[in-house]
Design a protein around this ligand. Structure first.
Ligand code: C2E
Ligand code: CA
Ligand code: CA
Length: 669
């Protein structure tokens, strides 16, 4: 618009300048024409005055008339164009000039050239001079006025230029302001939309979506809102699928690991891994559908006992995890976990059947027991397993999670070497029967004849051998050695049953039966002269497998003994169903038995019950005569302990037995 206006303005100015110039120029031209033609007429007159022949004067008259006619015509045009005082004076002068001119001409024709010349000089020349001066003045005035007009026009052009500069500048500023304003109206909602989109990408869905005044932008923002809503819903669905255990609807292992990891970074707490003992039995016996329902009930009961901010998840088929937020000492933690477990105390009814749940928990505290998810899980798993083995409802991870140390690793290497070099030696501790008044057997107790450390006691390496699985290599060696030694003693006339300790790993290993059969076959020892001592915890590790193997061993004819009875939680009602022949009362019940009435009550009732069940009772760790006497009086079948004899080497056994028997017969006599 500014350009168009400027153009118009310029065009108008140019036109008016042209008009002015044309007008002024034509006036000046006309004025000059008046002057020129007046002069021309005067020149012709002067020629007339010098031309005596009349014939020759005629063309000069014609020329004179033409000049005066043109001059008159120019004057007329000027007069009609510009009627003014100046013009009237000019006309008047022209008229005077015409008159004197005519008089001069008449004088030429009438009075002759001389007279005419006088008249010309006297008046015509003067009038002509005045006329010429006036026309020159007029032309000069016209030129001056033309210059003035031009100056005015130039001023107007300058003004127009300033106007255009200002108008153009103003238009640019206005356009800039307008552009900024418009772009703000467009960009600020767009920026907001970008921020919201970024927030959505970052998983933040709570930001308010603004309205925009521009319709298209408003539509865009609304579409963003709809998109966010559907992303949110989809995410919820995906999270549910990825993080939920479909059977119980509890959070799954993945979710649990995330929550634990997050919790570890900001809070102290307790992690309990809850394991359902013998769940596979329910599954096998009652079918998977019942097993599933059972798990659902368990999940419901556990969730009812675990409130936010605490957390519960199902990790594996029969494994649940509970996270209790907040600091707790081990006793508190145990109590809290136990109260969760108590919700499972009541039997669960599934399809009309009452099912008893036996759940165990492994407990770890963080950050004390570890700050890494994997470490805590491993420790809690170990503890849950330990709780199962010792028939406790809970166990704390810190008791079982001694990490394998470097020296232990080198120990494993050393043990392998020791096995090859025959550094593992069985010592034998006699078992004495007061009723029969004879030594009825010996227990093989392993020693490591270490080149630097001397005789190393089994407590220092057997637990590690069990932890690493190396015990599987040791047991066949001890077994072979013990059976071979038993054959030797028999050859020397000693009827001794040799007992060998079997660990949990051996008992659950499918190799055990073959190893036992091989050892017996190789030595051709009658199976009843071999006794296998099994601890309660070994039985509890995998009760089904253990029971199966016990049955097979019993079928072979080998004697079976429950070791360390009372140290764990096995009850006689449980033991009575096992195909065992002997029960060894743990050392802790035997020590000071003659002084402690409570211990006496326990041991005495155990002896009575075992007699009822047809089991031989062995008291181990009998250290003095008082203990020995009390046990003998209370019909304990077999005594074992330092009071009878310390463990000894194989070749010492015969002499010791002979000596001991001799001592016994001396006492009798
Ligand atoms: P255990 O089977 O309970 O063996 C009895 C332990 O009590 C032996 O310790 C024995 O020396 C000790 N003992 C015997 N009489 C007395 C007593 O009057 N007072 C006291 N305080 N202790 C007595 P040892 O030989 O150190 O064996 C420790 C444990 O190592 C055994 O406990 C057994 O669990 C394990 N063990 C030993 N040899 C073997 C083996 O060949 N295989 C396996 N798997 N474990 C073995
Ligand atoms: Ca034993
Ligand atoms: Ca024992």
């Amino acid at each position: 618009m500014v350009s168009v206006l400027a153009l118009f303005r310029f065009e108008a100015l140019t036109d008016s300048m042209h008009a002015i110039v044309d007008e002024q120029v034509s006036r000046v031209t006309l004025a000059e024409q008046v002057t020129m033609e007046s002069q021309n007429a005067a020149i012709q007159l002067l020629r007339l005055l010098q031309t005596p022949e009349r014939d020759q004067r005629i063309p000069l008259y014609a020329e004179m008339d033409r000049a005066l006619a043109i001059s008159d015509e120019a004057l007329r045009t000027l007069t009609t164009d510009l009627p003014s005082a100046e013009m009237s004076q000019l006309i008047d002068l022209r008229r005077q000039y015409g008159e004197v001119f005519l008089t001069t001409v008449e004088t030429i024709e009438i009075e002759g050239l001389e007279e005419a010349r006088k008249h010309f000089e006297a008046s015509t020349d003067q009038v002509l001079g005045a006329l010429l001066r006036e026309t020159a003045l007029f032309a000069g005035n016209q030129q001056k006025s033309m210059h003035d007009d031009m100056g005015r026009q130039q001023k107007q052009v300058d003004e127009a230029r300033i106007f255009i500069i200002f108008a153009g500048g103003g238009a640019v500023i206005l356009a800039t302001v307008l552009a900024v304003f418009l772009s703000k109206r467009v960009t600020s909602p767009l920026l907001k939309a970008v921020n919201i989109a970024n927030a959505i990408a970052g998983g933040e869905y709570g930001r308010a979506i603004p309205n925009a005044r521009i319709r298209e932008l408003d539509d865009l923002l609304r579409a963003l809102g709809i998109m966010r809503e559907s992303i949110m819903q989809r995410e919820v669905r995906i999270r549910r699928l990825a993080y939920t255990d479909p059977l119980t609807n509890l959070p799954n292992r993945t979710r649990f690991l995330e929550v634990l990891d997050e919790l570890l970074s900001r809070s102290a707490g307790t992690l309990a891994i809850i394991d359902i003992n013998r769940f596979s039995q329910f599954n096998n016996a009652l079918g998977q559908a019942v097993g599933d329902q059972l798990l659902r009930h368990v999940a419901n009961r556990l969730s009812a006992a675990v409130f936010k901010p605490n957390f519960i998840a199902r990790l594996d088929s029969d494994e649940f995890a509970v996270l209790l937020v907040g600091e707790a000492d081990p006793i508190e933690a145990r109590q809290r976990v136990q109260s969760v477990l108590e919700t499972l105390a009541e039997p669960i009814v599934v399809e009309g059947q009452k099912l008893d749940i036996d759940a165990r928990a492994g407990i770890v505290l963080f950050p004390e027991d570890g700050t890494a998810v994997s470490v805590l899980l491993r420790k809690a798993d170990l503890a849950a397993n330990a709780a199962k083995l010792r028939h406790d409802s809970c166990a704390l991870g810190r008791e079982f999670s001694q990490p394998v140390q470097f020296e232990h690793l080198s120990l494993l290497g050393e043990m392998r070497e020791a096995l090859q070099l025959g550094q593992f030696i069985a010592f034998y501790q006699p078992k004495y029967s007061p009723k029969e008044r004879r030594v009825v057997g010996v227990e093989a107790l392993l020693r490591w004849d270490h080149p630097r450390r001397g005789l190393v006691r089994p407590d220092l390496f057997i637990p590690f051998a069990e932890q690493t699985g190396f015990i599987r290599d040791i047991t066949p060696i001890v077994l072979g050695q013990a059976v071979a030694d038993a054959v030797c003693w028999r050859a020397q006339g000693l009827n001794l049953v040799v007992s060998v300790n079997i660990s949990a790993l051996d008992l659950t290993s499918p190799r055990l039966i073959r190893v036992v059969c091989d050892a017996l076959e190789k030595s051709s020892l009658a199976p009843e002269y071999l006794c296998l001592e099994i601890t309660e915890s070994a039985l509890m590790a995998e009760p089904d497998v253990a029971l199966n193997h016990l049955r097979q061993l019993a079928a072979i004819g080998v004697r079976l003994s429950i070791d360390d009875y009372g140290a764990g939680h096995a009850s006689l009602s449980y033991v009575k169903d096992l195909p065992v022949d002997e029960l060894k009362i743990d050392r802790s019940f035997v020590r000071d038995i003659h002084k402690e009435p409570k211990l006496r009550a326990i041991v005495w009732s155990t002896i009575l019950l075992c007699r009822e069940l047809g089991l031989d009772v062995v008291a181990e760790g009998v250290e003095n005569a008082e203990e020995s006497l009390w046990l003998e009086q209370h019909k304990c079948d077999v005594l074992q302990g330092y009071h009878v004899a310390r463990p000894m080497r194989c070749h010492e056994v015969r002499d010791w037995v002979v000596g001991y028997s001799a001592k016994l017969s001396e006492v009798v006599h």
